[in-house]
Design a protein around this ligand. Structure first.
Ligand code: XBP
Ligand code: MG
Length: 253
């Protein structure tokens, strides 16, 4: 029997390649529509990703450039609402891709009878249509978003809520993440973590993730292995077998 019953996935940067050419572009379009001079280039946005949650990110950035709190309270929700509409349109137009190998792993998990769920700090208004278009929303036993958990990652709330909603136990569950903030959130919920880094998180330590690859890996294009603390990988592919060995190894320590 598999030591693995449940896998909880992050969305941004993990299941989907959504930040540089997705959220960043939508934020910039919203700035333009509101007549604001701000534009986030790729590098600036990479730095801002340290602040999770789009509204928190806008507050921190606008505060740094001297916009008073009262004005921010007024404009941030409006900007973020419009950014969300723009991002939903991008998702519905097929402009936000799944990361290579994500669908392969989800299909393998489903075929193995492993429950899958989502824990993201993103907004449900875009999370639901994006996941539905790429993966079919009905395969996820729970989809926990920033709307459900005001305390964003690295707080553990989204993971704790996903565990509660699925009835999963940390000992038979693994989290899949892409960033330091996400790894910290999952570890704070007592979950072992497999990380799939991307261009924005390639230089992050991802401390606490027992497994780190630079992607899910596909048969044609295996991922690079950055860490394999318990020697659970047998190739550059994140597989059900590897995740199950990770759950077993983490549970025995
Ligand atoms: C994702 C986020 C989100 C997205 C944008 O972090 O922090 O804010 O960047 O989505 P994680 P919203 O992958 O750790 O969940 O604008 O809807 O917040
Ligand atoms: Mg992420």
């Amino acid at each position: 029997m598999l030591a693995l019953r449940t896998v909880i996935f992050d969305v941004d940067g993990t299941l989907v390649d959504s930040e540089r050419d997705g959220h960043r572009v939508a934020f910039n379009q919203a700035f333009a529509e509101f007549g604001l001079p701000d534009r986030w280039d790729e590098e600036t946005y990479g730095g801002l990703l340290a602040i999770t949650g789009g509204q928190r990110r806008l507050h921190a950035y606008l505060s740094e450039r001297g916009v008073e709190a009262a004005e921010r309270e007024d404009i941030v929700p409006k900007l973020h609402h419009r950014k969300t509409e723009l991002f939903v349109a991008m998702a519905e137009a097929g402009e936000v891709p799944a990361r290579p190998g994500a669908l392969r792993l989800l299909d393998e998990l489903e075929a193995s009878g492993v429950t899958v769920a989502v824990a993201t700090t993103g907004t449900r208004a875009w999370v639901a249509p994006l996941l539905d278009g790429l993966f079919d929303l009905s395969r996820f036993a729970a989809v926990v978003t920033g709307d459900d958990c005001p305390r964003r990652k690295p707080e553990p709330d989204a993971y704790l809520e996903a565990l509660r909603a699925t009835g999963a136990e940390p000992g038979t569950t693994v989290a899949v993440e892409d960033s330091d903030n996400g790894v910290r959130a999952a570890r704070a919920a007592a979950l072992p973590v497999a990380a799939v880094s991307n261009d924005y998180t390639a230089t992050q330590e991802l401390d606490g993730a027992a497994v780190v690859l630079d992607g899910f890996g596909t048969p044609d294009c295996p991922a690079g292995i950055r860490r394999d603390a318990y020697r659970v990988l047998d190739s550059g592919m994140l597989t059900v077998a590897a995740l199950s060995r990770l759950a077993a190894a983490a549970g025995s320590r």
